[in-house]
Ligand binder design. Structure first.
Ligand code: ACM
Ligand code: ZN
Length: 484
């Protein structure tokens, strides 16, 4: 058995070895063009004479090198003669990092990106804004970083930190991350969360909320009523300025417009929102949310972007067909219906792919056991699933050390389920391969030790209960009740 994650379509060993001696293995690779190979796929051939990597595109060649790197890690200077034929089940395999709740410095972000790239992830969804901090420099709107990138204190669950927390990524730093990712065949998808989870935008521009009241950055987690006013022209003007600026930084095809957890309490009593709702002949505020998302999406489409929104935007059932929906929770039926009529879907199921919950709640076996096609998808629906994504929310993750513990090896399970054909997936085999490959990661990645991957059921209950007790405080409960 060769230790390769994600598991390839086929591995055929033959007699003979390639002796590397002290040579850099990358220099030994001959690249071949073969248009019969699927996109992102490759055929890697190692023989005593050298290495050939055939592919029909640059992604495929890169993926062949990633496989070669893993073979080299397990084999040292004596590579086995082998032919690996491979291509992914889904074109989209992503991971998301929330840099708003806790800021992750550029060098630490790179450590996470590099580690993910070793397992053929090809999208980094960068959650740049939320209620607790604005993280993207927008030179045309300097108030955003000046007023909304540092919060005075933090109170997430039982953890109180009286000191300021913040930071933002300059345009040059964001471009540097885009370049770093491009070198690893990873596209960066920026997310500006709207109309909800937008308290940082409102902290800089109070006139963008329905009541125009000045607010500060949120210092706790939760869902807040302070959302962008959908009936105010100024909201669109500022949002379009932000998008214009970020489109000069992020050159990929996707842009994420958030759309999750937006309570409509303020919209219901806002004259501007109500007047837009009537003018558009909409039935309710959920349809107004759909119309808001459609307006922003149309602006992005004119810039050549594909738009992604969390599945909450489906509540009103008027979301434009062209928007890719990211499924995470609740609206499974609506997501399935949409996919069955051809709407594109990314699967980020909360109970299986959320990396911020403890191993006790989401053990490795549970992550791996999830087949990322929702129940009820028909043939069209299945082909509408573009792929998988593992989100890392950071209310309770304050360091790279903790983040890497939460993500590794669970990232490997998501990577394999996103790449490997269902019929080839086998948990025990996956575990054995993963165990051998985790030591190849950078020393700053503190992956979870094997005894934490699948703890006993009684310990799972204890760990999960203790996580939730520590994750909630009085402010969260008050905000939650207030947003109902
Ligand atoms: C989400 O977890 N709020 C998308
Ligand atoms: Zn309003």
């Amino acid at each position: 058995m060769l230790n390769i994650v994600p598991k390839p379509c086929s591995v055929t060993l033959s007699p003979g070895i390639l002796r590397l001696g002290g040579r850099d293995f990358k220099g030994l690779v001959t690249r071949a063009d073969d248009k019969t190979i699927f996109p992102q796929g490759y055929r890697l051939t190692i023989s005593p004479d050298g290495v050939t990597a055939a592919s029909s595109d640059d992604d495929g060649f890169f993926n062949a090198l990633k496989t070669l790197e893993q073979i080299k890690f397990s084999s040292g200077s004596f590579l086995p003669s082998v032919t690996v034929e491979d291509h992914p089940r889904f074109p989209f395999r992503g991971f998301m990092i929330d840099c708003s709740r806790h800021f992750l410095p550029v060098d630490e972000l790179k450590v996470m990106i590099d580690a993910a790239s070793k397992f053929k992830f090809n999208f980094f969804h960068w959650h740049l804004t939320n209620d607790q901090g604005w993280r993207a420099e927008i030179p045309e709107l300097p108030d955003l970083c000046k007023k909304a990138s540092v919060r005075g204190s933090s109170h997430f669950g039982s953890v109180c930190d009286p000191s300021p927390h913040g930071g933002f990524y300059t345009v040059d730093e964001m471009k540097d991350i885009v370049k770093y990712c491009r070198e690893r065949r990873i596209e960066v998808i920026p997310e500006i969360d709207m109309p909800g989870h937008a308290a940082s935008l409102i902290a800089a521009f109070p006139e963008l909320s329905c009541d125009g009241r000045p607010i500060g950055l949120k210092t706790t987690g939760g869902i807040f009523n302070d959302i962008l006013c959908a009936g105010n022209d100024k909201t669109y003007k500022i949002v379009f300025q932000i998008i214009d600026s970020l489109c000069g930084v992020f050159d990929g095809e996707y842009f994420h417009i958030g759309g999750d957890e937006a309570p409509k309490k303020r919209w219901k009593s806002c004259p501007k929102c109500q007047s837009l709702k009537s003018a558009l002949g909409l039935n309710d505020e959920e349809e107004l949310h759909g119309a808001f998302a459609n307006t922003v999406a149309e602006f992005l489409r004119q810039k050549g972007k594909k738009v992604i929104s969390w599945n909450d935007s489906l509540n009103g059932e008027n979301l434009d067909d062209s928007i890719t929906v990211q499924f995470w929770m609740d609206k499974a039926k609506k997501s399935v219906k949409r996919a069955n009529s051809g709407g594109k879907l990314i699967v980020s199921d909360f109970y299986h792919y959320y990396m911020d919950y403890p191993y006790g709640m989401t053990p490795l076996k549970k992550v791996y056991g999830y087949n990322p096609v929702l129940k009820g998808l028909d043939h069209v629906g299945e082909t509408s699933v573009v792929g998988v994504e593992a989100p890392v929310w950071t209310e309770h993750i304050r360091s790279l050390d903790k983040m890497s513990y939460m993500c590794f090896p669970r990232f490997l399970a998501v990577a394999e389920r996103g790449w490997t054909q269902e019929s080839l997936c086998d948990y025990d085999d996956f575990k054995a391969r993963s165990k051998k490959l985790l030591p190849m990661l950078d020393y700053r990645i503190r992956y979870a030790p094997e005894q934490d991957w699948d703890i006993l059921t009684c310990s799972r209950v204890k760990e999960t209960t203790s996580f939730f007790i520590n994750a909630i405080n009085e402010d969260n409960i008050k905000n939650f009740l207030d947003s109902r």
